[in-house]
Design a protein around this ligand. Structure first.
Ligand code: 1CP
Length: 355
């Protein structure tokens, strides 16, 4: 395997010394980039783009060609796993993701199989292999999945939701069915992430976008417990290097200690938590990734630089910080504003690293 030319991101995740704070952006390949929109047009639609390894590779590399980012993230979606379980994913323009066959009762859940990643999700593994080859060691490649709870909300609702009426309805009315679904998803996600590592992913991130909608007790029982099962089952080394695992529960700032207890390597933070306080709580055990409010990028480059400086100062001296947004970059952000953020992270962070 090719030597990594820039391993700042992996080193920071393992709390090893770095020369400056590494940075990448959630949704860094996406609609805010005109070249992304052009490639999606060429593919026909979003799913066709995900299913074409060459085009998925092309859009993965687009932000890296524009900005000096320290990591690449596989271009795909968390909903490929439920699609491979037979739910029939499609994206309707302006409406977001939808499933043709949502799962709403025990019989439908019992009938679900756990997909073989090299069969039903082969196109994702082919994308990982293609991207690793094309990256040629420039930066590490992040593989990812949704958390079981987050995937379950989409599978039960049949798409995005603001109310969680059906998914929380099932959790409260028929917890045994919800647990059965979450168990199957934990098995599917573990196999999926391990296959991504086998195909070349060098770090893993679990997106628990909707864990923060739960009560503390339900978070532990319905989200964290299943992320724990996944962390326990993951391949943690490849090519003689540790494969760091990042857990991100949006809205999970009050549960950082519980999340760190899973044995993951790093926690993703949204912007509602002060990163310095988070470091005081769990920084001795895990690295932290985050946490600029994505809306900051609507502001002027000067305001962006000030906000970056505040987060770097709040985290303070030394390694263990990967700079990121607290959630995905919005489609209307000017790419030059993302550039200003990335440049500010690199320039202003050197003073915090003494190597
Ligand atoms: O029109 C388009 O081009 C589709 C927009 C889009 C993109 C660019 C979707 C649909 N997915 C993606 C890519 C994507 N999704 C990545 C790629 C890598 C990257 O550059 O970061 C990743 C990591 C995801 C993960 C994802 N998909 C999450 C978890 C992270 C998060 O943002 O909270 C979730 C919840 C999804 C579901 C999804 N897929 C797409 C949309 C618009 C949504 C969100 C729908 C909702 O709000 O419920």
């Amino acid at each position: 395997m090719t030597e990594l030319k820039n391993d700042r991101f992996l080193r920071a995740l393992l709390r090893q010394p770095v020369d400056m704070t590494p940075v990448w952006m959630m949704r860094q390949a996406g609609r805010y980039l005109p070249e992304y929109r052009a490639t999606r047009e060429k593919a026909g639609n979003f799913m066709a783009l995900c299913m074409n390894p060459e085009l998925a590779c092309e859009v993965t590399l687009q932000p890296l060609d524009r900005f000096p980012l320290d990591a690449a993230i596989l271009f795909s979606d968390i909903l490929t796993v439920p699609d491979a379980m037979g739910l029939g994913l499609y994206f309707s323009e302006g409406e977001g993701p939808r499933f043709e066959r949502p799962v709403r009762d025990k019989a439908a859940i019992a009938a679900l199989g756990v997909p073989d990643p090299e069969q039903e999700l082969r196109y994702v593994m082919d994308a990982v292999r293609t991207i690793r080859h094309e990256l040629d060691g420039r930066v590490p490649l992040i593989g990812f999945s949704g958390s079981p709870w987050t995937l379950a909300t989409y599978m039960v609702e049949g798409g995005s939701t603001k109310t969680f009426s059906r998914s929380k309805g099932m959790m409260f009315d028929d917890p045994a069915s919800m647990h059965l679904l979450l168990e199957k998803l934990a098995d599917a996600v573990t196999a999926y992430l391990n296959a991504q590592v086998a195909a070349g992913a060098q770090a893993l991130m679990i997106f628990d976008t909707w864990g923060g909608t739960l009560t503390p007790k339900d978070y532990r029982a319905f989200s964290l417990a299943y992320m724990q099962r996944i962390v326990d089952g993951l391949t943690r080394e490849a090519d003689g290097r540790r494969v760091p695992v990042i857990l991100f529960t949006k809205g999970g700032g009050q549960w950082l200690e519980w999340m760190a207890d899973t044995g993951c390597d790093a926690l993703g933070l949204d912007w509602t938590t002060d990163i310095g306080e988070a470091r005081a709580r769990v920084g001795g055990r895990v690295a932290l990734q985050g946490n600029l409010d994505p809306c900051t990028l609507y502001a002027s480059p000067e305001a962006i630089e000030r906000a970056v400086a505040e987060i770097l100062a709040s985290y303070g001296e030394g390694t263990g910080h990967v700079f990121n947004l607290g959630h995905g970059i919005h489609p209307a952000i000017p790419p030059e504003h993302a550039a200003a953020m990335i440049q500010a992270v690199h320039e202003k962070s050197r003073q915090y690293h003494s190597t």
